[in-house]
Write a protein that binds this ligand. Structure first.
Ligand SMILES: Cc1ncc(COP(=O)(O)O)c(C=O)c1O
Length: 350
């Protein structure tokens, strides 16, 4: 047997959403991808970066991804020293745990939320504490001062889709002694974000992704906005060439085309709101969503049955075995046509 760390040998590892091989034949609503292509400016920038003979690819990319940082900084109104780009926001979440929590120290998050946090904590050997949200927007058992090293808050929540009120997040920022990471993977589909809290509290870190609202899941691009001390720590521990040339070109072009971005987000929000209403008409329970997905519960609360019936019709959604989610389904928002077909299938399935 190879001398692997026993905890790594025995860990399950993160299981990403299922990617069907014959992707075209499915209505794929299981990993919150964007149904629309990225901005045409992204395609132009990628072709320009490759060049006629691919010669640019001989050379390493800019290690600092400076152009992308500056595009992000301009867009969000921060100095570039407050911004970092990454190979997906997963890379940022990983490096944030490494930067703040040593083995044996505590990290926390709300349950249910993004399941990757527990995998990251396990790799780091950090202890995990989870809190549940009460009906009154309180975290059950949360102390007046929380002394753990890092708290992940997924806002809007995934997989449920609700958004925490601004006052709740601000209160949390004041009570968390370590880092408060607001994972805003879906915030572009929401009404509010926490960027102002980054200016106000030096322990608040906002992470974003270009996978969802910018249609770039395939490029792996994430971004964090935080105090320069945090950014500098993240710069020390990341892979030195963490973003390849194509990813950097795509990031700059995508962030720079806000007209395309706004139009795309508006279409998805409109489809989400229409779909949520229609689901309720056929008797589903729906958590009001601020993301590009809805968490919906069929009338008989048998999420698995409906998941399987949709699967048989080549419609792929997400079903979680977690006891607090098992009754429902997370359905990503596709095009209006895809959602009409999904709704028709749900009516048929009953
Ligand atoms: C809440 C949340 N955070 C982060 C991520 C990771 O995004 P990325 O594709 O940028 O790694 C996801 C992806 O599904 C997510 O749901």
């Amino acid at each position: 047997m190879l001398p692997l760390r026993p905890d790594i040998r025995n860990m399950t590892g993160y299981v990403p959403g299922f990617q069907p091989k014959d992707g075209q034949k499915w209505i794929k609503l299981n990993t919150n991808e964007n149904p629309y292509p990225p901005s045409p400016k992204v395609v132009e920038a990628l072709l320009a970066e490759i060049g006629a003979d691919g010669g640019n690819l001989r050379q390493y990319p800019d290690a600092a991804s400076q152009a992308g940082r500056e595009a992000g900084a301009r867009l969000y109104g921060f100095d570039p020293s407050w911004v970092i780009l990454a190979n997906g926001s997963d890379e940022l979440l990983n490096n944030l745990i490494r930067a703040f929590a040593d083995a044996g120290e505590e990290v926390a998050y709300v349950h249910p939320s993004y399941s990757y946090y527990s995998t990251l904590a396990e790799i780091q050997g950090a202890r995990v504490k989870t809190f549940t949200l009460t009906q009154d927007w309180e975290l059950d058992g949360f102390p007046e001062r929380y002394s753990g090293k890092l708290f992940f808050l997924t806002n809007p929540n995934a997989p449920l889709g609700y958004a925490f009120p601004g006052a709740f997040i601000e209160d949390l920022a004041g009570r968390v002694e370590g880092a408060l990471v607001v994972d805003e993977a879906y915030v572009d589909f929401a009404d509010e974000n926490s960027l102002e809290l980054v200016r106000k509290f030096e322990n608040v870190i906002v992470t974003r992704t270009l996978s969802k609202s910018y249609s770039l899941a395939g490029m792996r691009l994430g971004l964090a906005i935080a105090h320069p001390e945090v950014i500098s720590a993240l710069d020390k521990i990341r892979d030195h060439y963490n973003l390849d040339r194509l990813a950097q070109a795509a990031a700059t072009a995508a962030l720079g085309d806000q007209a395309y971005f706004r139009n795309c987000v508006a279409r998805i929000r409109a489809t989400r709101d229409w779909f949520s209403t229609e689901l309720q008409v056929i008797g589903y329970g729906v958590v009001p969503s601020q993301g590009n997905y809805v968490f919906a519960t069929p009338p008989d609360r048998d999420g698995k049955r409906v998941y399987e019936a949709l699967y048989a019709r080549r419609i792929l959604v997400r079903h979680f075995s977690d006891p607090v989610l098992v009754h429902g389904l997370r359905i990503s928002i596709g095009t209006r046509e895809e959602m009409e077909k999904t709704l028709a299938a749900l009516r048929e399935i009953g």
